[in-house]
Design a protein around this ligand. Structure first.
Ligand code: FE2
Ligand code: FE2
Length: 463
């Protein structure tokens, strides 16, 4: 079903959070409240024209509006997250019965600090607010039909991926606030990721193709964790090592939380002073990890060494003679691959197999050649998420490797032979189990040319 786009959903959350803050300082008739409130109501009305009922709130500590998750810790989102957590509100549900006056009355009640969800619900009833209701955090009466897509129990892998995103985000938020992060939630989610990776290494690899432009940093951390674990599995490492690789991958860039945002998000080349500042992130990250409880010391060493390079020509320079385990080479390969294939403000994404070719040029200087070889083998000629043209002229996306023939992976056909987008893509083996041939891959297609969101296509349960 159609729903509000992400930009408007984010605007709604930001305005709601701002109105809650503002109403404590100004009367509702003040322009500083009146105008944003009118805009907020306008967006809510638009959302309710598309759907009878909409909701926003927290899932695994992360703010959502319908099926949009907001993982960037903006101050408006952080403020609202704190208030909802304090009040134990899981979600706010709005229906078309909600008037502007009701919304204003609700915001006034909501803005009062220290009021629990149940008390607030009672007050809303007393005020006659009918178009807005609250669902308490963890309440089982939670409307299943309106759960965000990411929480769909049938899509366990996507849920796990999102929980990992949430765990990394919480850790970064704690660091920003000067706290020592709790490693507990991260460790339990990595346990789950280890199980999935050891059973089906490709299941989570597909998720690393999600190009979330807004949430690059968190997605990158989780992707590096997923790719490192998959590579560790294909190198035959044991469960404990795979778990440590996952934790190190997820945390490899947390030191960036302490680097000024102006440097982190600067498009283009950094000045040498800025680059020196950026180069501190492995050291800062490893220091934080040493302070976190329950993490093995070598995890902090992997984070310290993830930019040291195979020939030790990287940074931090002072650490070049330290003994590092092979895990740094694994994480460095995962890091490089994800950085090359990701769409960023200043970077056109590179197709997976082009990225693998580029990585081959880095072997035995920046990256360990032997492990790059294993990585390439693991990813196959056409890694999951590659868009390909078949000799039938159809366009398809690779969604599962074929261990028996890496040139004939399982694909989903997206465009027919005349270039028409199929309403329902279908799965197809390029070579059937009985040996009969459906088609051959003739070229790799640029996803930007086809305006395709690879992540959705690989992971969507509806396909
Ligand atoms: Fe890094
Ligand atoms: Fe990185």
């Amino acid at each position: 079903m159609e729903s509000l786009d992400k930009t408007n959903a984010l605007r709604l959350i930001t305005l709601f959070s701002g109105a809650v803050k503002g109403i404590s300082f100004y009367p509702a008739s003040h322009p500083a409240i009146k105008q944003p409130l009118a805009e907020l109501y306008g967006i809510l009305e638009a959302a309710l024209r598309l759907k009878e009922q909409v909701s926003w709130g927290l899932i695994d500590g992360m703010m959502f509006f319908e099926d949009h998750l907001f993982t960037i810790p903006s101050s408006a989102i952080a403020d609202l997250t704190n208030q909802m957590t304090e009040k134990e509100i899981g979600r706010i549900v709005a229906t078309s019965a909600c008037s502007l006056e009701e919304l204003e009355a609700f915001i006034k009640l909501f803005a009062v600090k220290g009021i629990h969800c149940d008390v607030l619900s009672r007050q809303m009833k007393e005020k006659g607010i009918a178009g807005l209701t609250l669902v308490r955090h963890g309440d089982e009466s939670f409307d299943q039909a309106n759960k965000p897509l990411e929480d769909d129990a049938t899509d366990d892998h996507a849920k796990t991926y999102n929980q990992a995103l949430s765990a990394v985000r919480t850790i970064c938020r704690d660091i920003e606030r000067g706290r020592i992060p709790n490693s507990g939630p991260l460790i339990s989610i990595v346990d789950r990721m280890v199980q999935i990776t050891m059973q089906e290494p490709w299941a989570m690899l597909g998720l690393t193709m999600i190009n979330d432009y807004d949430n690059y940093t968190f997605n990158h951390c989780v992707n590096v964790g997923v790719l490192s674990m998959a590579l560790g599995t294909s190198l035959g490492m044991d469960e404990k090592a795979i778990k440590d690789l996952g934790i190190a991958g997820l945390l490899h860039d947390i030191g960036k939380t302490m680097i000024p945002k102006g440097i982190l998000n600067k498009p283009g080349k950094l000045s040498s002073t800025e680059f020196d500042e950026m180069k501190r992130h492995p050291e800062l990250g490893s220091k934080i990890i040493r302070e976190m409880k329950g993490l093995a010391p070598h995890i902090s060493s992997v984070v310290l060494g993830h930019h040291i390079h195979y020939n030790r020509s990287g940074y931090p320079e002072w650490a070049s003679n330290l003994p590092f385990s092979q895990m740094i080479d694994i994480v460095a390969i995962a890091d490089t691959y994800d950085a090359i294939t990701t769409l960023r403000v200043y970077q056109h994404p590179v197709n997976p197999n082009t990225a693998l070719n580029q990585m081959q040029n880095m072997t035995n200087t920046i990256l360990d050649g032997k492990i790059v070889g294993c990585f390439i083998e693991m990813m196959g000629n056409y890694p999951v998420g590659t868009l390909v043209r078949l000799d039938t002229n159809e366009v398809a996306i690779v969604y599962r490797p074929n261990p028996l023939n890496e040139n004939a992976p399982l694909v989903r056909i997206l465009f027919d032979d005349e270039g028409n987008r199929l309403p329902v893509p279908f799965e197809q083996a390029l070579i059937e189990p009985d040996g009969s041939r459906y088609a051959e891959i003739v070229a790799v297609v640029d996803p930007l040319l086809k305006n395709i969101d690879i992540g959705k296509l690989v992971t969507s349960a509806t396909l």
